[in-house]
Ligand binder design. Sequence first.
Ligand code: G4P
Length: 289
Amino acid sequence: MSADMQNIQWFPGHMTKTRRKIQEILPIIDAVAEIVDARIPISSRNPDLLDIIKDKPLMILLNKCDMADPKETAKWIDYYKSLGVSAVPIDCKTGKGIGNFKEMVKTTLADKLEVFKSKGMVGKPLRVMVVGIPNVGKSTFINSIAGKGRVKAENRPGVTRGNQWVTIDKQLELLDTPGVLWPKFEDQTVGERLAFTGAVKDAVLDIELLAVRLIENLKENYPELLIQRYKIEDLEADPYDILCEIGKKRGMMIRGGETDTERAANMLLEEYRNCKIGRISLERVENNA
Ligand code: G4P
């Protein structure tokens, strides 16, 4: 994990400040849009968020869906819907799904818009707080939805100082996460999955061990992609032996004829993160929700 992620564990009040900042601003927020990584929708969440926002309407944005398995993303969307939570897949790099988000805000907050109307406040913009753990794509999302030249970050007098508001259009204002929402980094599986996706750099875990854990996951869930990319001959082999085979096939040898497994591990993780192996989701509704 990155230095920040490690250091944060020595500071017991790490979520207290963010919790307070969010709770201060909540009364003037109409809804919360939580961005998660579509490949790991559970591990990329903050465990305290629901408790912090209480009954404020929540929308889930499954970001980076360009890298996730579309079948699994569709299942996650259905799952959230079954819980009564609006959810939409988005790809902030190309802007795909952003229009759907705007629609979702209006549908989710239809009652609120009615209240505005009945009080003669037609034209009052909806205020949505965008939250998410570091690297999940909050800045990319806000830039993408605001479009070039339309971002207007403001400090509102009378409201908590330092909060950055972005006016999207006459009907919508966004507020970036006030503070940092950390993932559940004390959970090893969560740490591993965040490391697979590159959300957490320089993993505490040994890089070869991380690659072995990724191979285990791929063997179980995407065996055909693993075979296709690396021409694995025996998928039943031990994951470490598979890592050796991958390195060998790529000519990653060290003196003495052994495979350079560290190089192979780095390559494998890099290829996963760059979507070279395929569109792969590492958390499924049936196993993780
Ligand atoms: P944050 O504000 O939540 O911390 O995240 P940020 O927007 O900085 O995004 C983190 C990384 O994720 C960035 O990559 C960004 O380009 C990438 N990203 C965000 N949304 C998407 C998406 O929908 N699809 C894909 N494929 N990537 C996305 P980076 O490597 O840190 O920067 P860069 O290479 O884009 O410059």
